[in-house]
Design a protein around this ligand. Structure first.
Ligand code: SF4
Ligand code: MG
Length: 334
């Protein structure tokens, strides 16, 4: 079965008069029906920007998609007119944001905001839209939905607002749901409830999911595959089980070491220290080299594998597993 969504060699830059920032440098991934791909990295790694490009909320200056394809059910969205793109994305790809309070409109009731989707896309009457809104609120676990359909966003708790946003996202039965740090703003017990809700909805609907997160503990619990991003590039990808059992990139290892919930791996790892690079001045060679405990330079490096001079390409290190590091083989069976 072909993937529902296939991103190929996607690049995004931000341009101002003074500088150009390559936020995403030619990344590729795909998502199949029912599958969850986690895109992991620190802030500024390009994980949100790439998802916003897929969602079509990024192609306005100063952001520019400079290359690549975004194929949804086989058709390249980037080759379509804006109008055609909207017709495909509207019902097909939906997004849940980190901050529900700013994503929802404060001056309309939640019932109105959910119902509008059915008015706009399904030509529902006011009454039908209201019933649909109540149905969806119930489906995402909002208690007393019929009584609360006319309440405003600020009258809901953070967790309940996130459920409202999820209700809006699944309203039109999307094939792909993009969830960008959907639980970061919530407290820990509510985080778990929201992740459970997303997994449950995914099982019911068979939608594919892109989960953007910095939390490898969440990845471990809900994702099937993982793509690790650093400085605008994917530096490792594979199945979650394989990547977490045996990371093939030092950055992935470092992220794992900083996750207490993965502590069985923690003892022999070094957490990542330092800060992610300024994307307008990315380090030469491997962008990770200033922070990498394995980096080798000059005569200490193998020929063509100087970490400050030679850019490591994403390559298949073991069957089905790719990483962009000159020395991945040394991490195997470590
Ligand atoms: Fe570290 Fe060099 Fe590998 Fe980059 S290529 S991750 S600097 S060892
Ligand atoms: Mg982000």
């Amino acid at each position: 079965e072909p993937p529902v969504l296939k991103v190929d060699d996607l690049a995004v830059e931000f341009r101002s008069r003074r500088r150009t920032v390559n936020a995403v440098n030619g990344i590729s991934y795909s998502v199949r029906a029912g599958e969850t791909l986690a895109v992991v990295g620190e802030s500024g790694s390009g994980k949100s920007v790439s998802a916003q490009a897929v969602m079509g909320i990024l192609d306005i200056p100063p952001a520019r998609i400079t290359s690549g394809e975004i194929r949804f059910r086989g058709d390249d969205l980037l080759a379509m007119s804006r109008r055609e793109q909207r017709a495909v994305r509207g019902p097909g790809i939906a997004m849940v944001f980190q901050d529900a309070l700013s994503a929802l409109n404060p001056v309309f009731t939640v019932g109105h905001q959910i119902g509008e989707l059915f008015r706009a896309h399904r030509k529902a009457s006011r009454g039908e839209a209201r019933e649909k809104a109540i149905e969806l609120m119930e489906r995402v676990g909002i208690p007393a939905a019929r009584e609360r359909v006319d309440a405003y966003p600020h009258q809901f708790s953070g967790g309940m607002r996130q459920r409202v946003m999820i209700a809006m996202a699944i309203a039109l039965d999307p094939d792909i749901l993009i969830a960008d740090e959907p639980t970061t703003a919530l407290d820990v017990t509510v985080q778990a409830q929201i992740m459970d809700l997303l997994s449950e909805l995914q099982r019911e609907t068979g939608m594919g999911m892109i989960l953007i997160t910095h939390d490898l503990g969440v990845v471990n619990e809900v994702a099937d595959r993982v793509a690790v991003m650093y400085a605008g590039s994917i530096v490792e990808n594979g199945t979650v089980d394989e990547v977490l059992a045996e990371p093939l990139h030092p950055y992935t290892k470092g992220l794992m070491a900083s996750m207490p919930s993965l502590e069985s791996h923690g003892d022999r790892l070094h957490p990542v220290t330092g800060t992610p690079p300024d994307l307008s001045a990315v380090p030469s060679g491997c962008a990770f080299h200033p922070r990498c405990p394995l980096a080798r330079f000059g005569r200490a490096a193998a020929p063509g594998k100087d970490c400050a001079a030679d850019v490591p390409v994403l390559r298949e290190v073991v069957p089905g597993r790719t990483a962009a590091c000159h020395y991945s083989e040394e991490l195997e069976h470590e």
